[in-house]
Design a protein around this ligand. Structure first.
Ligand code: ADP
Ligand code: MG
Length: 405
């Protein structure tokens, strides 16, 4: 973001709301998960990075209990009362903010009313988690303006509850965690069970993370997701009796334990379990590879993740597989996989700097030739988690304004 963005947000705030006072500015990034597909609900491991597609928020306090929000993206203004928060059946987007306010209050904080302007730069529904960026940016605005002193993990948990329990989306903790805790040029190795995490430095700057959206969304996604949940549950139960161990989730089974008994499982269940158990190992191995600065190995693990998601877990689709195929045929692509729930959505690719531009051209052309669809390509930088954008921007804006007039 730059001075012009903040000036624009300030102008919108002034145009849409009648209050006065200096706004404060906040940002929260979207994310992409480098590896760890469908491991989260099996209590396993994931490894997202925060990316330079962000939600920007301008906010200033009101002297009542009303929260007024204007979304520049939707060109829509909505409001609610902090003492009467009710799920809005017609206007879905306001629920993300109501949910944040609800769980801030439930967790013992006392936020007041705010005027808020949202400017989202995370593409909506592209699998980059615009929803978490929205929740986190708004939660941070409440926290800072009303001096709620919320520490990072709690902020992420409140944002997650907003989406999970208020909006009603079945999501893990990854998206909100990375949007809060992410760090520039680091990946977040996250244990979805214990919430232990480690920031893994990515020292090598010779490559870019490139996200490509297939721009397809197959209807199967939700029913298949629920079926996978059941299949993993069944697999876990069968393995628990076969291994006579304390197994709550597939996370508790090591690759060696699995290999010793896998032939006793029905084929489909065996494949699902094999994916999850090997994927957890791949996340750990990828972590090691990054720490060793072994980019080739990290890329290889990412590509193996895709193969496993596609053939064993069966959550890919023709368009995703095609995109991966095109990507891996380009010299200088270190690894590529689908990311997110599957049946459409995006791929994540590790691409050497010198071929990024060729990668983009070829992927767009070859994907379009075969499908007739234009993909969206996002070349990403790894950025810090949410933060306040320092207030002296206001000063700068004013100075700039004065100099111009
Ligand atoms: P994503 O993968 O981008 O998180 P979701 O469907 O989970 O997709 O979240 C997208 C939803 O989040 C939007 O439909 C909207 O309700 C809300 N949202 C995201 N960004 C904005 C914004 N800038 N203004 C208003 N609502 C937003
Ligand atoms: Mg989302």
């Amino acid at each position: 973001m730059n001075v012009r963005d903040l000036r624009h947000l300030t102008a919108v705030l002034e145009e849409k709301f009648t209050g006065s006072g200096e706004p404060r500015f906040f940002r929260a990034p979207g994310r992409v998960n480098l590896i760890g597909g469908h491991t989260d609900y099996n209590d396993g491991f994931v490894m997202p990075v925060a990316i330079n597609r962000e939600m920007l928020v301008a906010a200033r306090p009101r002297d009542d209990r009303i929260v007024k929000v204007y979304s520049c993206n939707f060109e829509d203004a909505r409001s609610f009362n902090l003492d009467r928060i009710e799920f809005n059946r017609e206007i879905v987007w306001i629920n993300y903010i109501q949910g944040v306010a609800e769980f801030l209050q439930e967790s013992g904080c006392s936020p007041g009313g705010l005027d808020i302007v949202l400017q989202g730069r995370v593409p909506l529904g592209a699998g980059l988690s615009s929803s978490a960026a929205l929740e986190v940016a708004v939660a941070l605005a409440f926290s800072k303006i009303f001096e709620l002193e919320i520490e990072d993990v709690k902020l992420a948990s409140i944002a997650r509850r907003a989406e999970n329990e208020f909006v009603g989306v079945n999501c893990g903790i990854m998206d909100q965690f990375i949007s809060v805790l992410g760090r520039k040029d680091r990946a977040l190795f996250l244990d979805c069970r214990t919430r232990d995490y480690e920031l893994i430095p990515i020292k090598d700057s010779s490559f870019k993370i490139v996200v490509a959206n297939t721009n397809v969304e197959h209807k199967l996604a939700e029913s298949a997701y629920n079926r996978r949940l059941q299949e993993c549950q069944q697999g876990g139960e069968k393995l628990a009796s076969l291994l006579e161990g304390k197994i709550q989730k597939l996370r508790d089974v090591s690759p060696d334990e699995f290999n010793a008994v896998k032939d006793k499982l029905p084929e489909v269940i065996r494949n699902r379990c094999q994916h999850v158990i090997s994927e957890n190992q791949r996340v750990k191995d990828c972590c090691r590879a990054l720490l060793d600065n072994n980019l080739e190995r990290a890329g290889e693990l990412i590509s193996l993740s895709h193969q496993s998601l596609s053939s064993l877990y069966e959550v890919s689709c023709a368009e995703l597989d095609l995109m991966i195929d095109i990507a891996l045929n380009i010299e200088g692509v270190l690894g590529a996989r689908m990311t997110g729930a599957g049946f459409g959505g995006s791929t994540v690719n590790l691409v050497e700097n010198q071929v990024v531009s060729e990668f983009k051209t070829r992927l767009v052309r070859e994907y379009n030739d075969k499908t007739g669809i234009d993909p969206d390509i996002y070349i990403c930088e790894i950025v810090d988690g949410c933060s306040e954008i320092p207030g002296n921007w206001n000063e700068k804006i004013r100075n700039k304004h004065n100099n111009q007039s």
